[in-house]
Design a protein around this ligand. Structure first.
Ligand code: BDR
Ligand code: CA
Length: 320
């Protein structure tokens, strides 16, 4: 229940849907304290066009008609990566889902983003769970953008944790490091939800059994799209478990108190490394002595989260 008079967060999502992006979309649409204003797509897990199809299929499961705009097909300054298979070949578990009932709006996701922030200055929370290409392009086009946005929530990077696509780089940042560096350097409040915390946000056998047994539409949709993604992570963990990267970032946007420990760290993205391209380089040096100044442009980085409470929140949404 929404508390009467409580403010609803207005969220503009930017996604590369992806199984866990789909779960973040479901969580956001079921949140009593939020309204998803629109969704843009970007190439990452799949092409931006396929990500739009996957987003629209997810919205069908929700019975929602949130506008979806296709965005950047390729990174700002790089060739696309070879297609991966983490989320199934179609990005949504190869589940033979019916074709979506709606089409994308026809507007480009960058145009949609810029139009909406100008229509609602200072009101929108940006949520990005894919490569940051659309946000980077929007910053290049409109220097006013940072002051028009309330906050930016990004799933990406690895602070102390290892990378997941190279030893040092996380997938979303690695796909478009130039865009990520633009987003981190811009003068707006960014929260970075990195692998350090997302790798601890797991659906395990207990929750999966509950979802399997449920007839609720979002539980059924989840268990249709999940198998390849679940198999991959279960193999990695050695037991049935799957990581909720993008939903955790959405959970933290909806309820910042899920973060039990946060750091404010100057953070840049390596764009020229031979071994470290796409690495999120956070300045974790202790603040002592000359030359060790206070952070000048820190990102807000959750380092510890209440994973059980987040998983309960996600399960409530999927069983609603
Ligand atoms: C990120 O990579 C993608 O595969 C997921 O959707 C998530 O956004 C995790 O590194
Ligand atoms: Ca994603």
């Amino acid at each position: 229940m929404t508390t009467p008079g409580a403010e609803r967060k207005l969220i503009l999502m930017d996604v590369d849907t992806g199984v866990d992006d789909a779960l973040a979309i479901m969580l956001a649409h079921r949140a009593p304290n939020a309204q998803v204003v629109a969704i843009g797509t970007v190439t990452g897990n799949v092409s931006s066009a396929q990500a739009a199809t996957n987003t629209l299929k997810t919205l069908d499961a929700l019975g929602a008609d949130t506008p979806v705009a296709v965005g950047a097909a390729r990174a700002i300054a790089r060739e696309p990566l070879p297609p991966g298979n983490v989320h199934g070949a179609d990005g949504l578990g190869d589940a033979n889902l019916p074709a979506p009932g709606h089409a994308p709006t026809g507007e480009h996701a960058v145009d949609q983003l810029l139009r909406l922030v100008h229509e609602r200055p200072g009101e929108l929370s940006l949520f990005a769970s894919g490569p940051l290409t659309n946000l980077g392009l929007a910053l290049q086009r409109d220097p006013e953008l940072p002051r028009l946005v309330k906050e930016v929530m990004v799933m990406g990077g690895a602070i102390i944790a290892a990378g997941n696509v190279t030893p040092t780089a996380e997938f979303n940042i690695y796909c478009d490091p130039e865009a990520a560096d633009l987003v981190f350097a811009a003068d707006w409040p960014v929260t970075l939800v990195a692998l350090d915390v997302t790798m601890r946000a797991l659906l395990r056998s207990e929750q999966l059994a509950t979802l399997r047994a449920s007839e609720r539409p979002l539980a059924r949709f989840t268990m249709r799209i999940l198998p390849p993604y679940l198999a991959l992570y279960s193999q990695r963990f050695g037991s049935e478990a799957v990581t909720m990267h993008d939903p955790l970032a959405m959970g933290l946007l909806l309820d910042p108190s899920l973060a039990l420990e946060r750091a404010r760290l100057d953070t840049r993205v390596e764009t020229a490394g031979e071994l470290t391209t796409g690495m999120t380089v956070a300045d974790r040096r202790p603040l002592i002595g000359p030359g060790y100044d206070q952070p000048t442009h820190p990102l807000d980085i959750p380092l510890e989260v209440d994973a059980p409470r987040f998983i309960a929140m996600l399960m409530d949404a999927l069983l609603s």
